[in-house]
Design a protein around this ligand. Sequence first.
Ligand SMILES: [Fe+2]
Length: 161
Amino acid sequence: MAPTSIGLSKQAREQTAKHLNNLLADEFVLLMKTWSCHWNLKGPNFISLHELLDEQYHALVDFVDDIAERVRALDCVALRSLHDCHEHTRLKEMPSEGALPDEMGMIAGLLDDHETIIRELRTSHDNVEEYEHDVGSVSLMEDLIIKHEKMAWFLRAHLEK
Ligand SMILES: [Fe+2]
């Protein structure tokens, strides 16, 4: 097997991959929740919210792939299963039973998840920057913070009078 010689120690790469895999789990859960709201929401704003969430779940698919591929670029192993996602995520899954939230409840819930991810990203960013200045992972996290902040704004705007 060829050694990994990209100027980052195995320890630094593995520490960063832990942050990235936790983030990958969060993005997967948020992808599923966004998709579920896209399908299940009802109400007077159905078309505009259905379309907004269509855009957002497509963006989240790209985030999932970019994060997993970054883990592989560090020569570490990306999460393998939905079970792994469930184990690693910091987000709460959509309840399987009971009444669904109304449309604004769904938007507020998704906003809360984006904001949680943004806060986790800031913490991971600062930690990863210390691990031998892994600029590739830091730059990915900075890009994701900007994109999640914009997605959060688009959701928040629906909740403001
Ligand atoms: Fe759709």
